[in-house]
Design a protein around this ligand. Structure first.
Ligand code: OAD
Length: 239
């Protein structure tokens, strides 16, 4: 195989990837943002003013992870990660741990993780499975009221932007799964991939989105069906 280069692949995922596992999406009639106002629970200002409400929201979401399992789409992406011969990066906006539980390793959580908390005082980050409240002391500096969910809130800078931008510089195939394409910077990655010369851009979603026009292929359907189908096709095209 000497001399053969394989296409570089970047996958961007959103809430639609985990929807069939039972993790609610954000927008739409049953979405999380129907029951909560974003600025009440997902902003630094909200954490300052009503930390109880913010903790309750994330405690509920963290606890609900115990009730859900990875679905066929998570497993298919791990198969792609393991079998793809070119470079592979999975960037997720999801804060659940379903990709890891399916075995993902080349994964970046750009919006943080429900199972991590960090101290706004000493900046230490901890893996966290249980509930948190404003009286919980930081295990490192012992101060109370400083631990917060390690989630990127509105108005904050997403994580790993440098690594993601670097991967997009050389991306050949960009795949976007289950995101409405309205939250930036993630919503701008498809356009960036086009500008950087990606030859194939594939969107999987139940419906057309705000960013659909950037894609060379749209596959409308459930992630649990469409992702395994796509992965099978991509891998068979290599053979
Ligand atoms: P959204 O709730 O905005 O969008 C979910 C997308 O998934 C929609 O376009 C649905 O059509 C699609 N979808 C739903 N079920 C699906 C399925 N079974 N198969 C395929 N597609 C499906 O969620 P995101 O785009 O991920 O940020 O939201 C982006 C960010 O907005 C989140 O990371 C969160 C939120 O505010 C922060 O909290 C920082």
């Amino acid at each position: 195989m000497a001399g053969l280069t394989h296409p570089n692949l970047v996958v961007l995922t959103g809430a639609g990837l985990s929807a069939e596992s039972g993790v609610p999406t954000f927008r739409g009639s049953d979405g999380l943002w129907e029951g909560y106002r974003v600025e009440e629970v997902a902003s630094p200002g909200a954490f300052k003013q009503t930390p109880e409400l913010v903790h309750r929201f994330y405690n509920m979401r963290r606890a609900s992870l115990k009730e859900v399992q990875p679905n066929a789409a998570h497993h298919a992406l791990v198969r792609l990660e393991k079998e793809w011969p070119g470079s592979f990066l999975h960037v997720t906006q999801n804060v659940d741990d379903l990709n890891e539980r399916a075995g993902a390793k080349k994964l970046l959580h750009m919006h943080g993780e429900l199972k991590k908390v960090r101290c706004t005082g000493c900046r230490a980050v901890f893996t966290w499975e249980e509930d948190l409240d404003k009286y919980t002391p930081c295990p490192e500096c012992r101060v109370t009221g400083t631990l917060r969910p390690d989630i990127v809130w509105f108005g904050e800078m997403p994580y790993y932007i440098e690594e993601i931008t670097r991967a997009l510089e050389t991306v050949d195939i960009f795949i976007c799964i289950g995101t409405s394409g309205v939250v930036y910077p993630a919503a701008g990655f498809a356009r960036l991939a086009v500008e950087k010369g990606a030859s194939r851009l594939i969107e999987i979603n139940l419906e057309a989105t705000e960013i659909t026009s950037h894609f060379t292929e749209q596959r409308h359907g459930a992630a649990s069906v469409e992702v395994p189908r796509l992965v099978g096709q991509l891998l068979s095209e290599l053979a």
